[in-house]
Design a protein around this ligand. Structure first.
Ligand code: LLP
Length: 393
């Protein structure tokens, strides 16, 4: 998505900061995703945690994906947005009783369960309601995702899932749970995974685990491999769509399935990251002793990823690009009272002035949803391409 001159001047007229979502790009992404996953009959659930913007959700709903939720709030949002209960999966290590009740009342597709005590509570609530509930066991496969340690989830040291050695005990407990049906197994090894070998290792581990279930004559209807496919933060224009073809065909090639077994995915970032940009304006250019700072009106309160994970986001000075100004280096920082409130150090940008419009790219995933009002900053706004062009500041 290159920003046109017209869009740049529309951005300039609006109060910043705000998230801008390119719904055309999202639609194209979803088309490719559907084409590549439909080839193998795979089911994709969109991971709500990545972005819950209403226009984004409606676009995803239209494309026919299910919903992957990790809280009662997300389950409710999915229902309100129109996702049928039968297409909602609900994961999370700490589901409250109220959240479990909500899921049962909405007859969701499946609870991804992460511990024995959780299974027992779901059983208790299901029994009280006289309902039969489908559960999948989230198994910790101990596979390294080779990504940032904060977004690695499938290692034994992580809090997620049930370890393979505990499966015999879990099956004993399940045998006592008359209101639960073991529908399948679930995995998720981490996020922003660009080295597909990690997914291949996951397939190998899933095959071993399946063998274990087969040897006990337990047939599992569903295999949920989670999400985690990464995107290219360095090349949002050259590579706007994630590697869906390679990703889905890898699972098709390496997963050893029983006849009729259904495969599910929970993708978040790969669907929404590239369609979002954080639009901001330069408040001041401050000449430090060794560095020039471009101080923008967005901060870690709007996009926390650089501060929290030292993650890279491409930064563009859209106004400077139009002026064709010569390049210089800036530390691009926000107004929040924290030194970590920095979007990039020594970023090469066209010579920058007060009022210039900046785009912080690939911010559609884990951007707006992780915003906070620290320093009592207001809630960040968001617009789609259509909203912006029809409405003035
Ligand atoms: N399924 C489960 C069980 C998950 O925990 C996650 C993400 C997903 C699916 C979706 O993963 P994705 O396809 O989006 O990689 N805030 C971090 C990312 C946290 C991911 C948490 N779990 C970031 O900004 O990088």
């Amino acid at each position: 998505m290159m920003f046109s001159k017209k869009l740049t001047s529309t951005f300039a007229e609006h109060r910043t900061p705000f998230y801008y979502y390119d719904i055309d790009l999202l639609e194209k992404t979803l088309q490719v995703l559907r084409k590549e996953s439909d080839k193998f009959g795979f089911h994709v659930h969109y991971a709500f945690k990545a972005n819950c913007n209403d226009s984004v959700l409606q676009t995803i709903l239209r494309s026919g994906l299910g919903a992957d939720c990790v809280s009662g709030g997300e389950v409710q949002k999915a229902l309100d947005a129109g996702f049928p209960g039968s297409r909602i999966v609900f994961a999370g290590v700490g589901k409250t009783d109220e959240e479990i009740e909500l899921g049962i009342d909405a007859s969701i597709f499946c609870f991804n369960c992460e511990s024995v005590p959780e299974l027992q509570i779901i059983q208790e609530i299901a029994e009280r309601k006289g309902k039969k509930v489908d559960v999948a066991l989230r198994i910790n496969p101990n596979v390294n995702a080779n990504t940032h340690k904060y977004i690695t989830t499938g290692l034994e040291e992580n809090k997620f899932g049930i370890s393979i050695s505990q499966l015999p005990d879990v099956l004993e407990v399940l045998a006592e749970c008359a209101n639960l049906r073991l529908a399948g197994i679930h995995f998720h090894i981490g996020s922003q995974i660009t080295d597909l070998t990690s997914f291949r290792n996951l397939c190998t581990r899933i095959n071993e685990i399946q063998q274990w279930f087969r040897s006990r004559n337990i047939s599992l209807e569903h295999i949920n491999v989670g999400g985690g496919l990464g995107v290219d933060y360095y090349a949002p224009d050259e590579k706007p769509i994630a590697e869906f073809a390679a990703y889905f065909s890898l699972f098709n090639e390496f997963l050893d399935l029983n006849p009729g077994q259904q495969v599910h995915f929970e993708l978040g970032r790969a669907i929404v990251a590239q369609c979002g940009s954080l639009i901001s304006k330069v408040l001041y250019v401050k000449n430090g002793l060794n560095t020039d700072f471009a101080i923008v009106d967005a901060g870690m309160t709007e996009l926390i990823r650089p501060a929290l994970y030292q993650s890279y986001h491409k930064i563009e000075n859209l106004s400077g690009q139009l002026r064709n100004d010569k390049l210089a280096y800036y530390d691009v920082v926000g107004p929040v009272c924290e030194s970590s409130d920095c979007f990039g150090k020594r970023v090469e940008l066209p010579s920058t002035q007060r009022g210039d419009v900046f785009a912080i790219r690939t911010a559609g995933a884990y951007g707006e949803v992780m915003a906070s009002n620290y320093n009592l900053r207001g809630k960040v706004r968001s617009f789609t391409s259509a909203d912006l062009l029809k409405e003035k500041a």
